[in-house]
Design a protein around this ligand. Structure first.
Ligand SMILES: NC(=O)c1ccc[n+]([C@@H]2O[C@H](COP(=O)([O-])OP(=O)(O)OC[C@H]3O[C@@H](n4cnc5c(N)ncnc54)[C@H](OP(=O)(O)O)[C@@H]3O)[C@@H](O)[C@H]2O)c1
Length: 302
C-alpha cells in the first residue's frame, strides 16, 4: 500500500530533488540516502526486505528532523517488475524523481570461479548486472522526456581489470562501468547525466560479513588490517555522491569517479596507522563464513 505525499521542500544543494537509492537500507546506500536527505532531497530507499526499507526511512526522517524525508519500498533489483514498481512508487508519492542511484550490490563467496556455486554467480549477475540495467532503464524512461536528472551507478573492485577470486563480482563491476559509460555517451545532450562512481573500500556489512570458499578464508585475513588502514566509513564516499547528484555537475555526463586518489589513500592510511599505534582500535573485526567448494580446485594454491 503506497502512501502519498508531496516532495518536502528543505534547504540544501539538493533542495526539492527526489532521489531513488537501491540498496538504501544499509552501508553505502543508507549513507547516500541520508546525505541526499540532509542536503534537502526527498529520498525513496529500496531493498529486498520490507522491514529494513521502512526502518531505513524512519532513520533518515529522524536524522533530518523531517517527517517525510524518506520513504521505504521493498524491491529486489534483480526483478524487472520490482524495479518498475519502485519507479512507479516514487512517481506516485512525489510526482517525479530526479536522481536514481543503482547501489544495490552483492558478492559471491571469495574463491576460484569453478568452486563457486552457479546460484551464487547468478545472484551476483541478477543484482549487480541486471539490477543496474533495470534501474538505468526505468530511470532513462522517466528522465529523458523531462530532459533532466542523474543516474549514478556504483562500481567496485574489478571495474578496471580482473579481480582474481572475485570473478563474478569483479566482472559485474567491469560490466557496470562499460554499460554506464556507453549509456552516458548515447544520452549525451539529453540533460540526463549518467555517471560511474567507485566508492573505494568501506567498512560495511558487505566486507565485514564476507563469505569464502572453504580453504580460501585465510586469504581474507589481511583484509582486517587493510580495512583499518584504507577502509572508510560510507559517509565519506556519500559526500561525493551528493556532489555528483548536485547542480555542480550540470551539463556533464560520463563522469567516471573514484572516491580515492593515491595521495588521499596514503594520507588516510597514515592517519589510521597513527591512531592504531596510539591505541585507538586495531584491525577491523570480520566474520568470515565458509561454504564448501562447488567444483574441483586442483593444485591451485590456497
Ligand atoms: N563495501 C565496500 O568496500 C565496497 C567497495 C566498493 C564498492 N562497493 C559497492 O557499494 C555498493 C554498496 O555496498 P555496501 O558495502 O554498502 O553493501 P551492504 O552493506 O551489504 O548493503 C547492501 C544493500 O543492498 C541491498 N541489496 C542487496 N541485494 C539487493 C537486491 N537484489 N535488491 C535490492 N537491494 C539489495 C541490501 O539490503 P537487503 O539485503 O535487505 O536487500 C543492502 O541495503 C555495492 O554495489 C557494492 O558492490 C562496496
Amino acid at each position: 500500500m503506497l502512501e502519498t505525499g508531496a516532495a518536502t521542500q528543505a534547504p540544501g544543494i539538493l533542495a526539492g530533488k527526489v532521489a531513488v537509492v537501491t540498496g538504501g537500507t544499509r552501508g553505502l546506500g543508507l549513507a547516500i540516502a541520508t546525505a541526499f536527505a540532509a542536503n534537502g532531497a526527498s529520498v525513496v530507499v529500496a531493498s529486498r526486505t520490507h522491514a529494513a526499507a521502512v526502518g531505513a526511512a524512519q532513520l533518515i526522517d529522524a536524522h533530518t528532523g523531517r517527517s517525510n524525508a524518506a520513504f521505504g519500498v521493498q524491491a529486489d533489483v534483480g526483478r524487472r517488475d520490482a524495479v518498475d514498481g519502485l519507479a512507479s512508487a516514487a512517481v506516485e508519492r512525489h510526482g517525479r524523481f530526479d536522481i536514481w542511484v543503482n547501489n544495490a550490490g552483492v558478492s559471491a563467496p571469495y574463491g576460484p570461479a569453478g568452486a563457486i556455486e552457479p546460484e551464487a554467480f547468478e545472484s551476483v549477475t541478477r543484482t549487480n548486472v541486471l539490477g543496474t540495467y533495470y534501474g538505468t532503464f526505468a530511470a532513462l524512461r522517466h528522465l529523458v522526456p523531462r530532459g533532466v536528472g542523474r543516474i549514478i551507478n556504483i562500481l567496485g573492485r574489478g571495474d578496471r581489470g580482473p579481480a582474481p577470486f572475485l570473478a563474478p563480482y569483479g566482472a559485474s563491476k567491469a560490466w557496470a562501468r562499460a554499460f554506464t559509460l556507453a549509456t552516458a555517451n548515447e544520452y549525451r545532450g539529453t540533460g540526463v547525466g549518467v555517471h560511474a562512481f567507485n566508492p573505494g573500500l568501506m567498512r560495511t556489512d558487505f566486507m565485514t560479513g564476507s563469505q569464502a570458499v572453504a580453504g580460501f578464508e585465510a586469504r581474507l585475513r589481511p583484509l582486517r588490517v587493510i580495512l583499518r588502514l584504507i577502509g572508510t566509513d560510507p559517509k565519506v564516499p556519500a559526500r561525493k555522491a551528493v556532489w555528483l547528484a548536485s547542480s555542480a555537475t550540470d551539463g556533464q555526463t560520463g563522469l567516471d569517479i573514484a572516491n580515492f586518489s593515491r595521495v588521499g589513500l596514503l594520507a588516510h592510511a597514515v592517519r589510521e596507522g597513527v591512531g592504531w599505534l596510539r591505541g585507538r582500535g586495531g584491525p577491523i573485526e570480520m566474520a568470515v563464513t565458509t561454504v564448501p567448494p562447488a567444483g574441483p580446485i586442483g593444485r591451485l594454491a590456497r
